[in-house]
Design a protein around this ligand. Structure first.
Ligand code: NAP
Length: 234
């Protein structure tokens, strides 16, 4: 890509910050998306390369509009911002927990659509949706899956994100936009207690996202990959 530019949502910490770091390390201009300006500024300052704070709350239409006005060129959009829910089954779920859809699902639609004009001007546009293996319905209904109906709000939000991956890939194929989803694996981040206690290195997950962000033109679209590049069933 000539002069590639990337935007990572939720890059103030966790996997998103490492994706931003890795893309900046290979020479991209990286917009470090963060709903919180101070946290995002600290993250951008901590990254070697061309990393710039972009205040972006994916649930706030005014914030999205403002961010869009600041980014004229964009080649890579990584939807990383995400929030977890309670460890409950759907029958026990407090409806309020499903408000995480506003970040994990609606935020992706709002941010994608806002940045589509810029992506359409790119020679090699890519969208990477940071999903979760826990959102795989094939795994959820398979014999070896441990989670069963737990984390119903979070996991169904990621299943919805997977569906959007397929639908956007289909809708944007004519524009050359490749849209793929990543299952990053369990990583040691602030996302939830399970993730925080994990040994998983966020850098491995970030490398999987970077691979999808830098796909060649003959690469796949509308697919779901694990962090190590192996396919994940929907
Ligand atoms: P994290 O450390 O909690 O980071 C989440 C990021 O999302 C933070 O930067 C947070 O920003 C941002 N965010 C939340 N709501 C936002 C909003 N409305 N607008 C903009 N940014 C917002 O968690 P993580 O583990 O790195 O998670 C990154 C992605 O990986 C998520 O989509 C998550 O579902 C997915 N994932 C993680 C794991 C894991 O084991 N860690 C496994 C599967 C999938 P603030 O700092 O401002 O809160």
């Amino acid at each position: 890509m000539d002069h590639p530019v990337a935007l990572i949502s939720g890059a103030s910490r966790g996997i998103g910050k490492v994706i931003a770091r890795q893309l900046a390390a290979v020479g991209l201009t990286v917009h470090v998306g963060s709903g919180d300006a101070a946290r995002g500024q600290r993250a951008a300052a901590d990254i070697v390369g061309d990393a710039r704070l972009l205040v972006l709350d994916v649930t706030d239409a005014a914030s999205i509009a403002d961010a869009t006005s600041q980014v004229a060129a964009l080649d890579i959009l990584v939807h990383n911002a995400g929030v977890s829910g309670d460890d409950t089954t759907a029958d026990q779920e407090n409806l309020a927990t499903f408000r995480i859809y506003e970040t994990n699902v609606c935020g992706v639609v709002a941010v994608t659509n806002a940045f589509l004009p810029a992506l359409r001007r790119s020679a090699h546009p890519r969208i990477v949706n940071i999903s979760s293996g826990t959102g795989s319905l094939a795994w959820a209904t398979g014999p070896q899956f441990a989670h069963r109906g737990s984390y119903a709000a979070y996991r169904s939000s990621k299943a919805a994100l997977n569906a959007l991956t397929v639908f956007y890939a289909d809708a944007l194929a004519g524009d050359g936009v490749k849209v793929n989803a990543l299952a990053p694996g369990l990583r040691r981040t602030g996302l939830n207690a399970t993730a925080a206690a994990s040994d998983g290195d966020p850098a491995q997950a970030a490398a999987g996202a970077v691979r999808l962000a830098l796909l060649p033109d003959e690469g796949p679209s509308g697919e779901f990959f694990s962090w190590d590049g192996t396919p994940v069933p929907w």
